[in-house]
Design a protein around this ligand. Structure first.
Ligand code: FAD
Length: 285
């Protein structure tokens, strides 16, 4: 359908991220979410990939559903975790036959204490190279403006990210709540001669416990002022309103800074994502 680099060339993009649900109830909800969010005419949607290949089939199925049923460009995520070279080659072959044009190449995380002796690739960069040798797809990678939690040092992490992004067609960031971290990261890349488009990820903070857990895992700051506002909210509706307001203000700041687009982490729910998209200039038709 469309390459993400071409979509980015045409102007700032809106994209949404989903996860393949585990059961029929989740699948019904995701279909409703897709129906609602596709009305915002996002430039693309992406579908995550479960570590260990547990959602291998569903990721492919949902990518096809998004493209065929909702006529939106859909990008699968793919991780290194627990995969041999042959398995990755087979997945690439499947996606080629589906007409996929874009992919997000990731390392993924093995659960703590679990080892995967047969795993062929240790880093996203190695996976991206393997895909590049076999396809002419646009290849995206993950970016971590606040640093990766398992990095040996800030400098080693930045060097790695710089090398990885230099070879990628675009990157999507981990979610964060301070535009200045994004700005600083992009400036650091630029100073190192890397101008790969970096699309910031935005997660409307509507659930304190969830954001707290994920921020801790990703080593991203969950600003105290946002947490306090959410904790003082009396109802779920009030929390959603605060979450949307925070996400909209952040999105506006990022777009004004010249970000190539915004990527909204939906958690498979439509309401907050839809309100954020409308307020950022992508109303539903
Ligand atoms: P890599 O870039 O391979 O490495 C992560 C870090 O390890 C680097 O930043 C660096 O600090 C260090 N490192 C790696 N190689 C070197 C080196 N050679 N020298 C020095 N340091 C090095 N996970 C899933 O399981 N499924 C998904 O679908 C998924 N989607 C994601 C989408 C986005 C937009 C983002 C931001 C993350 C996603 N993740 C997903 C999570 C991701 O898998 C984790 O963040 C993982 O820990 C790192 O993945 P990566 O691709 O950035 O890894």
């Amino acid at each position: 359908m469309a390459r993400i680099t071409q979509l980015l060339d045409a102007g700032q993009t809106l994209s949404f991220e989903f996860s393949a649900p585990r059961d029929e109830v989740g699948a019904d909800r995701l279909r409703q979410t897709l129906a609602r969010l596709s009305r915002h005419r996002p430039q693309f949607m992406s579908v995550t990939y479960g570590a260990g290949g547990t959602t291998r089939g569903p990721t492919r199925d949902w990518v096809r559903t998004i493209r065929d049923h909702f006529q939106v460009e859909a990008m699968p995520h793919l991780t290194c975790v627990a995969h041999t070279r042959d398995e990755v080659a087979a997945i690439i072959k499947d996606y080629r036959s589906d007409g996929v044009d874009n992919i997000l190449a990731l390392r993924g995380d093995l659960p703590q204490g679990v080892e995967s002796p047969g795993q062929a690739f240790d880093t996203a960069a190695e996976l991206a190279d393997f895909i590049r040798e076999r396809t002419d797809w646009d290849i995206g990678v993950a970016a971590h403006p606040e640093g990766h939690p398992m990095a040996a040092s800030v400098e080693a992490d930045l060097s790695h990210q710089t090398r990885k992004l230099a070879r990628a067609d675009f990157a999507i960031t981990q979610f964060g709540y301070r535009a200045e971290y994004y700005e600083q990261f992009v400036n650091q890349l630029d100073a190192r001669g890397v101008q790969t488009p970096v699309i910031p990820g935005i997660m409307p903070p509507t659930n304190v416990a969830g954001i707290e857990r994920m921020s801790a895992l990703n080593a991203t700051e969950f600003p105290e002022e946002i947490r306090e506002r959410l904790e003082h909210a009396a109802t779920a509706a009030e929390r959603r309103e605060i979450g949307v307001e925070v996400a909209v203000n952040l999105g506006r700041e990022l777009l004004e800074l010249g970000a190539p687009g915004v990527h909204i982490y939906t958690m498979n729910f439509s309401r907050a994502a839809s309100e954020v998209a409308s307020a950022l200039g992508w109303p539903a038709d």
